[in-house]
Design a protein. Sequence first.
Length: 359
Amino acid sequence: MAEKRDVPIVALAAFAAMMTFCGAASSEPEAAKDDSAVVVMLAERRDTAAAEVVIRAVEAQLSDVSVALQVIWVDALEPDLPSQIAKAEEVAKGSAAVAVIWCDLARADRIYLYFAAPSGGRVLVRELAGSGTGGMAEALAIIVRSSVEAVLAGGEIGTVVPRKPKDEGSDRRPPSAVAKAKDEGRLAVTAAYEFDVISSSNPAVHAVAVALSLRLGDHLSLGVGYALSGLLEAETDGAFLKLRRHPVWIGGSAFGRVGRVRLGLDLAFQLDVVTERTRATAAGVVPAKGGHEVEPSIVPMFRVAVTVIPHLELFIAAGADIALHRTRYMVDTARGPVEVLTTWPVRPRGIAGLEAALW
């Protein structure tokens, strides 16, 4: 039980309905009289001596009230008030109890009394300070008597405290995992290095990419991105070709998390805007006119990301750029058309970078 302040506390929940007496230990509770209402007291075995003092005081105060006191011994109370209330409700099922009381007797200078009545789901919490268990137990028993009489007369005691949502316990993830999921944020920015291998005659084409992604839930996100590619050069007899690529894409990602590791499958539709410049390096060669080409493609990628610190992930991804349309770059020569560059229909791609959550 957490340490409590030196002021009266009024807190939570109620115990309606009926109570199953599941008492154990050396003390058997007295059977309730048929014509009496039932008040149930939960007592801790670890504070048996102090609890028995309180029980005797409560029994004496209730002796001329039309109730029967039942005592249920437990090894220890639950560690917090909501858990104690839930335990009391569990015990209460099956008995016609008008109230359930239990005491925190862990501190020598104070006794904490919890009185729960079924009417309205109310709980009354009182802190009693004094110089000895006997005197405090008597004051506690007087509070119990007045509270029981008020309930029997149809009155209400204590204050209603909202319950936890019923589905709060349905999330089986550890609290740390839940916190991490919330820390991920919904809008994220990505900065990455990217490379493509577009043909057997050319080395990897390097690029710097940026993207924005919006998470739609725990396992799905949408994103848009742009890459500024390095200059691509190709040469054949009599012609020299320079290409500058500007890929833009939109796509989605499905992912799942294992601890700090996030695994995902990305699928994007890409439009590669290519700026073309060709010049002749030999007589009789007619270079193509400079201009722009738009090459559409589908890009599937497999991604692995690791959380470095909250809101920041380091990731790598591998996949392919699958062309829906390819351009063959040709020049006219005295011998006829000559191909300067033709890209592969499926081009390997790799990405490495950082993703940071904005909010």
